[in-house]
Write a protein that binds this ligand. Structure first.
Ligand code: NDP
Length: 336
């Protein structure tokens, strides 16, 4: 296929907060699929907080970007040219094709999607990486028991919203923490959490104490900073803490953490994890969550930015809490 392929590159390493000047949009030739490869036209791009970490030239669990590299990311698209009989034209696929309109890949690098199970965009959210992150961090690490109190930060987001709903399914008391009354109302009224603390509201500490009369047995950490400090101060004996993300600190904000005393006196277990290292966990979790979506027990919300050229602004918004639900970018129309 001839024509141009719009791509978004990282132009330079951000200094502190990411700005639009850190990105560059270019038009390159559409790649040609080699033997065994397919050409995919992307429909959806997932925007995720981890992408911020990849933009810093520091040691981490994954390699960082260099100036001029294309931004990486999860995508959903359709096969439009195929050199693999197992992936005919028109097949919906999920992959890591990045911030671009077209990409080539082999079957091993793609997951075939069945649009009859759920809208294909959910493979980037509730039935994909964020959903599996929630399921694994809560169930495998947090091991909640019915009647226990589970607390989750960034509660209205892609991961947090799933954590709280699974904890409710498991019979726990669930307290969310989110930014703003609208997000808190959604978390309680739509998702069924028992309470939600607006960390931007007056006296977060008093509100959190009142909402956790039996203290905290499982804490699913998505943000870090002052919220982490507060929740560690209310841990119960033998509490479990899943360290999933520290988004409040991704743009270089320093935060002194003094909560280790609470880990010691409560004999708490604190475990960080990276979901891409637990791929064996995904199929079972996705199957279970698809069942909960079908039966109405698990709800999800998507926040869609239109057009690849708007991806940088949407990504900056995600890091500032402007998204309400799983942040996606619609790259092109949903047709083969
Ligand atoms: P979300 O959909 O939750 O979006 C990010 C949210 O973070 C924002 O909407 C905002 O919600 C909140 N936030 C941003 N800045 C702050 C701040 N300074 N203080 C408090 N809250 C803030 O994103 P995801 O669900 O995709 O990701 C949630 C977390 O999970 C991230 O930290 C991410 O890095 C981590 N993660 C980790 C994985 C792993 O393998 N360990 C895999 C996937 C995600 P609000 O408006 O409520 O503040």
């Amino acid at each position: 296929m001839s024509g141009k392929n719009t791509q978004v590159l990282m132009k330079q390493h951000p200094k502190g907060w990411v700005t639009e000047a850190d990105f560059e949009i270019v038009a390159r030739d559409i790649p040609k699929p080699g033997p065994g490869q397919v050409l995919v036209r992307n429909i959806w791009l997932s925007l995720d907080p981890y992408m911020r970490g990849r933009m810093d030239p520091v040691r981490s669990y994954a390699a960082h970007l260099k100036p001029g590299d294309m931004m990486g990311g999860g995508t959903v698209g359709t096969v439009i040219e195929s050199n693999d009989a197992a992936l005919p034209v028109g097949t919906y696929v999920n992959g890591m094709l990045g911030w671009q309109e077209y990409g080539v890949a082999t079957a091993k690098e793609l997951r075939v999607l069945d649009p009859k199970i759920a809208p294909v965009s959910t493979s980037l959210g509730v039935l994909g990486m964020p959903g599996c992150t929630a399921h694994y961090g809560l169930m495998a690490l947090g091991q909640p028991k019915a009647g226990e109190t589970v607390v989750v930060s960034a509660a209205s987001g892609a991961v947090g919203s799933v954590v709280g709903q699974i904890a409710k399914i498991k019979g726990c008391r669930v307290v969310g923490i989110a930014g703003g009354q609208e997000k808190c109302d959604y978390v309680v009224n739509e998702l069924g959490f028992d309470a939600c603390i607006d960390y931007k509201g007056p006296d977060m500490h008093a509100a959190f104490k009142a909402a956790t009369p039996d203290r905290v047995d499982v804490y699913f950490e998505n943000v870090g900073g002052e919220i982490m400090e507060m929740v560690f101060g209310r841990l119960n004996g033998f509490a479990r803490v899943s360290i999933c993300g520290l988004i409040a600190q991704y743009n270089g904000q320093p935060f002194p953490f003094t909560g280790m005393r609470h880990v010691l006196v409560n004999r708490a277990k604190v475990q960080g994890f990276i979901i891409s290292e637990h791929m064996e966990y995904w199929p079972g979790a996705i199957m279970e969550m698809a069942g909960w979506i079908k039966s109405g027990k698990l709800k999800y919300r998507e926040d869609v930015a239109d057009g690849l050229q708007n991806a940088p602004a949407a990504f900056i918004g995600l890091l500032k809490g402007k998204n309400f639900g799983k942040q996606l970018v619609r790259i092109g129309p949903d047709k083969a």
